[in-house]
Design a protein around this ligand. Structure first.
Ligand code: F6R
Length: 243
C-alpha cells in the first residue's frame, strides 16, 4: 500500500522523514536501517542528528546498510557514498561504525564484494525501514531501467542520464564513475517498510509514472506498487501530479 504524505516546506519534509526513523528507533533501538545518499535525504539526516543531540534517539544498537556505491571511488573520495554517509550522518551520531555498511567501491573483485554484501544482508534478516530517493529515469538505488532487474546486490553500468544528473557533484561528467554497486530490487522490496522521498518539480512526472503507471522493469520504482508498506514523502512540486 502506498501512503502519500505531501508537505509544504523543507522543514516539514525533514521533520516527517526524520520522525518516521525516530519513531522506529524509539520503539525498536535494534532496528536495521537501509540508507540512501543523494540530495533528497540530506535534511532528514540533519534533523536526525538534531534529535540525537537532544537525547531523543540513539543509534547505539542500530545497524545500517546503504543502497549503493560508485565503483572505483575510495571511501575517503569526496564523492564516495561512504564519505557522504560519514559526513552527513554517521560522524555526528552514536552509531558504531562497524555496524554501518556501504558497498565496497574499491574491492579488487566487485562481483565477489557484491555477493558478500548480499550475504551480510541475508544474515541481518530484514531491513526495518529502507530510505529511498528516485532518479529522473525511475531508478531506485542504482537499479537502472532495463529489460531485466536483479534481485541481489550487483554491479551495474550507470545510464548516461544518471551520470549527467550526478555530474553536479564532480568537476565534469567524465569524472562520474561509469559503474556502481547497488542493492538489488529484491533486497529493497524485502524491507518491512519503505520511505520514498522526492523533492522538486523535476521529479513530478516520474513519480506519477512510478506510482500510478504499469509495473515495468523500465521504471524500477514502479515495483514499489507491489510493496505492502510504502510511505511516499513529497513536497508540493514533486507531488504536483499525484492526487
Ligand atoms: C542514492 C541512490 C539514488 C538517489 C537518486 C535521487 O543512494 O540510490 O537512487 O536516491 O538518484 O538522487 P537525488 O536525491 O540526489 O535526487
Amino acid at each position: 500500500m502506498l501512503n502519500i504524505v505531501k508537505v509544504s516546506s523543507d522543514e516539514q519534509f525533514n521533520e516527517v522523514g526524520a520522525g518516521l526513523v525516530a519513531g522506529l528507533l524509539q520503539s525498536n533501538p535494534r532496528a536495521i536501517l537501509g540508507l540512501a545518499t543523494g540530495s533528497t535525504p540530506v535534511g532528514v539526516y540533519s534533523q536526525l542528528i538534531e534529535l540525537f543531540q537532544k537525547g531523543l534517539i540513539s543509534f547505539a544498537q542500530t545497524r545500517s546498510f546503504n543502497l549503493d556505491e560508485y565503483i572505483g571511488l575510495a571511501p575517503d573520495h569526496p564523492e564516495s557514498y561512504r564519505r557522504f554517509m560519514n559526513e552527513k550522518l554517521f560522524n555526528h551520531i552514536d552509531i558504531d561504525m562497524r555496524n554501518t555498511h556501504v558497498p565496497d567501491g574499491t574491492a579488487a573483485d566487485p562481483e565477489q564484494a557484491a555477493l558478500e554484501y548480499t550475504r551480510m544482508l541475508d544474515e541481518a534478516g530484514q531491513i526495518d525501514l529502507q530510505l529511498l530517493g528516485i532518479g529522473h529515469n525511475g531508478h531506485i538505488g542504482f537499479n537502472e531501467p532495463a529489460d531485466e532487474l536483479q534481485a541481489h546486490t550487483h554491479v551495474v553500468e550507470l545510464k548516461k542520464d544518471t551520470r549527467a544528473a550526478n555530474a553536479r557533484f564532480f568537476n565534469s561528467v567524465d569524472e562520474v564513475p561509469t559503474h556502481a554497486m547497488t542493492m538489488g530490487i529484491g533486497s529493497i522490496l524485502k524491507s518491512r517498510q519503505i520511505l520514498l522521498m522526492a523533492k522538486g518539480a523535476s521529479k513530478a512526472d516520474i513519480l506519477k509514472r512510478a506510482l500510478t503507471g504499469p509495473l515495468t522493469t523500465q521504471c524500477p520504482a514502479s515495483l514499489l506498487q507491489t510493496h505492502p508498506n510504502v510511505v511516499i514523502l513529497v513536497d508540493q512540486a514533486a507531488g504536483g501530479r499525484l492526487s
